[in-house]
Design a protein around this ligand. Structure first.
Ligand code: NAP
Length: 342
């Protein structure tokens, strides 16, 4: 019998309008129950902060049920097993799963994934070797149908997904990979560390002119993480049979719908017709049955020192509401992770 464990958790109590605020959440404390048969108790060490969390706070139909009011905010996370009533797990095992924004969790063992901390530290399993890695892999190779010699443009190129998209595209034969990022520091990282061929500082340049300059013969694959004007600039520069991968549209996630703050409607969609191009959205979960194959290839690249990754780890569980906002202001530099430190 283990001593009672105090579990702290952020519950969603209000649906945000625009940027989420602290008062949209309640920081609550409960006593963690014992694990029942088939369950595992986990001490959470790192919580993944993802742009998608903003969508999960909204009511209405989506690809996944919204987080209910009063429920623990949904999140991927990683930590160590405290005790287990599942045959596959033992105390001390490093694991990842959908544990939520809380310091501890009791979860069915079947929903847990054991991770190898000899290969990479726990936070990497929330980034390059986790959901963002799978997103970059399948978004580029399957939805983007990357082919040898392609010219690839990627937005949010220094971020968790974008940084991997460019590297995967280069490995799989793209002839030119161009990123978009905000500010000189991120731009330097994209070219010097990640090995992109060129980068556009979309905060400092006229985007249309810059895309035309860097992709003079047009784009075969545009991997869109941001939507808005950047998507429009990419559409205006497509090549014949181009693929536009709609991975996300972070510039639109906090639009309030009020006068002067409405969703950006792409102007240049007829470029799809002219170029017989395809624009397709996807959700990474659609590829879940193929994660093991992709994870193995990503892990091999990582073990060979051939896959750059960067985590932006912010300490302090209590800072969750403010830390999350970094994603929407460009304040994060790499995969944003909250260290629980309990
Ligand atoms: P991230 O790129 O690590 O962080 C978000 C970045 O977006 C910020 O650092 C910022 O970079 C950029 N950004 C924020 N607001 C912007 C704006 N108004 N205009 C242009 N850029 C802006 O985040 P991530 O986890 O890798 O996610 C990237 C995208 O992938 C998101 O849209 C997310 O929703 C999507 N996603 C989709 C799936 C799926 O299954 N479809 C799965 C995972 C992620 P700069 O400083 O460079 O502007």
């Amino acid at each position: 019998m283990t001593d009672a464990i105090e579990n702290r958790q952020f519950r969603l109590v209000r649906r945000p309008k625009g940027m989420p605020q602290r008062h949209d959440f309640e920081l609550a404390t409960e006593t963690l129950g014992e694990a029942r048969d088939g369950e595992v108790r986990v001490a959470i060490e790192y919580i993944s902060l993802d742009p998608a969390m903003r969508g999960w706070m909204n009511a209405g139909k989506s690809y996944i049920k919204p987080v209910g009011l009063g429920e623990v905010m949904r999140a991927g996370a990683a930590g160590k097993v405290i005790d287990s009533k599942h045959p596959d797990f033992a105390a001390g095992d490093p694991v990842s799963g959908n544990f939520g924004v809380q310091t501890h969790a009791v979860v069915p063992g079947d929903e847990l994934r054991k991770v190898d901390t000899a290969l990479a530290d726990l936070p990497v399993y929330l980034g390059a070797l986790g959901m963002p890695g799978m997103t970059a892999y399948f978004g580029t190779l399957e939805v983007g149908a990357l082919a040898e010699g392609d010219v690839v443009l990627v937005s949010a190129a220094s971020g968790a997904v974008g940084a991997l998209v460019g590297q995967i595209a280069k490995k799989k034969g793209a002839s030119r990979v161009v990123g978009l990022a905000g500010g000189p520091e991120k731009c330097a990282y994209v070219v010097d560390q990640l090995g992109f061929d060129a980068v556009i500082d979309y905060k400092a340049e006229e985007i249309n002119d810059a895309v035309r300059r860097e992709c003079p013969d047009g784009i075969d694959v545009y991997f869109d993480n941001v939507g808005g004007e950047i998507l429009d600039a990419a559409l205006a520069n497509l090549r014949l049979h181009a693929r536009v991968v709609i991975c996300g549209a972070i510039s639109q996630y906090n639009v309030t719908g009020n006068v002067g703050d409405t969703a950006y409607a792409p102007q240049n969609y007829l470029s799809l017709l002219i170029n017989r191009a395809r624009m397709e959205g996807f959700i990474v979960f659609d590829f879940a049955d193929r994660y093991p194959q992709a994870a193995r290839e990503m892990a091999d690249w990582l073990a060979a020192g051939d896959l750059k990754h960067r985590e932006d780890i912010v300490e302090g569980f209590d800072t969750f509401p403010e830390t999350l906002l970094k994603l929407f202001t460009g304040g994060n530099f790499g995969k944003l992770v909250l260290a629980v430190e309990d």
